[in-house]
Design a protein around this ligand. Structure first.
Ligand code: ZN
Ligand code: ZN
Length: 383
């Protein structure tokens, strides 16, 4: 395998899309992040990358009503986020849903861009989960706001969603956002709900897998591919290793990928989502296997950090972020998860001026130029 001279970073351990709601319940925002707790703190102005203008205080606190997880990559999450925000412009969505949104937008022409209601956002989410390109991913929705979950149940009840909701949507109600103390300069600091803080976002999850791969591949014993039975000892073979603790089966990536795709039976698919281990017969997620592989071949720094004995981080003076989020949050993708200062422009409330629809469908942003899902082979792309 030819690696580029500047190796891309390994696959991010976690990425999600989220729906944010302001305390007034009239303002919404759809975004994506590798670290929901840190991002929520940013939206509420209490950490690096967050807007700090007091004028925003009237909309705070922002709460995370739900997150969508299970994306195989950052690009995948960005594609979903974009489609969720721009249902009228994406080819991923059914024509009638798209057309009704375009119609809605045209009615508002010259005036304001009509806001997308919570109902429309939830319905769009339901449709997106079911469209072919996204249905292949092991996506799950986790609601933190009970009332939003109830609306989801209501709106999607009669929808032909085209995907099995059972086990993929759940409610774990988070406590409401409360100030963590007194206001400083008119701004409150809000306590990030424990449920959101506890979402594992670092590589900790795959530590055992990485450890096993190191032990198995590190010894010189002859090994054979679990699929084709040919040798996998040759250094140029790209191999993956079963993620089940008690199984050390090694397979050529290409062999296992073909087998999984065959098992899935989707003729259009290029990248598998899951499949059965040829030895232990357990269900494996392709993304889990690729995450270990990507850490092994290009995550030297991440692996070192993972096995480094933990030191207690000294909280910086005034660093609420550290205090509120703990230290695990800062281990990955720190510099890549800075909230764009202009995010408030994308908040929809039905009263402010909205960016024109042309911004999404014309010029550089036209939909053909949006990266196709299948062009993505499992790594992370910049941009
Ligand atoms: Zn093989
Ligand atoms: Zn196995």
């Amino acid at each position: 395998m030819n690696l580029p001279t500047t190796n891309p970073p390994p696959i991010v351990p976690f990425y999600c899309c989220y729906l944010l709601r302001s305390k007034t319940r009239r303002y919404f925002y759809i975004g994506s992040t590798p670290n929901p707790a840190r991002r929520l703190a940013q939206h509420n102005g209490q950490s690096r990358g967050g807007a700090k203008r007091t004028s925003l205080e009237s909309k705070r606190p922002w709460e995370m009503t739900c997150i969508v997880t299970g994306f195989p990559s950052r690009v995948a999450a960005l594609q979903f986020e974009w489609a969720w925000q721009n249902t009228h412009a994406t080819r991923h969505i059914e024509r009638d849903v798209r057309d009704s949104r375009v119609c809605e937008l045209q009615k508002g022409k010259g005036k304001k861009r009509p806001p997308m209601s919570l109902e429309a956002r939830l319905k769009n989410l339901g449709f997106l989960m079911g469209v072919k390109s996204f249905r292949r991913w092991p996506l799950e929705i986790r609601f933190f706001a009970k009332d939003v979950w109830e609306l989801w149940e209501k709106y999607t009840d009669k929808m032909a969603v085209g995907w099995e909701m059972e086990g993929r949507v759940r409610l774990t109600q988070a406590h409401t956002m409360v100030p963590a103390g007194d206001a400083i300069d008119g701004e409150f600091v809000y306590k990030i709900p424990d449920l959101i803080r506890e979402i594992p976002v670092a590589y900790e999850d795959c530590k055992a897998h990485v450890e096993k791969a190191r032990a198995v591949l590190g010894n010189a014993k002859p090994r054979r591919c679990g699929v084709c039975s040919k040798s996998v000892n040759d250094a140029s073979s790209l191999v993956c290793i079963c993620s089940v603790d008690t199984c050390s089966t090694v397979c050529h990536v290409s062999c296992l990928s073909s087998r999984f795709l065959e098992e899935e039976g989707d003729r259009d698919a290029i990248i598998p989502t899951h499949g059965t281990c040829p030895s232990c017969k357990r269900q494996l997620k392709w993304s889990t296997l690729m995450r270990e592989l990507s850490l092994r071949i290009r995550g030297q720094a991440e692996i070192e950090a993972m096995f480094k004995p933990k030191r207690r981080a000294k909280p910086k003076t005034g660093s609420v972020e550290k205090e509120l989020l703990g230290t695990q949050a800062t281990e990955v993708s720190d510099n890549e998860d800075v909230l764009d200062e202009t995010w408030m422009q994308d908040v929809e409330d039905g009263e402010e001026e909205y960016p024109s629809i042309d911004r999404y469908v014309g010029g550089k942003g036209k939909e053909e130029e949006f990266p196709s899902i299948d062009s993505y082979a499992g790594g992370r792309k910049k941009g």
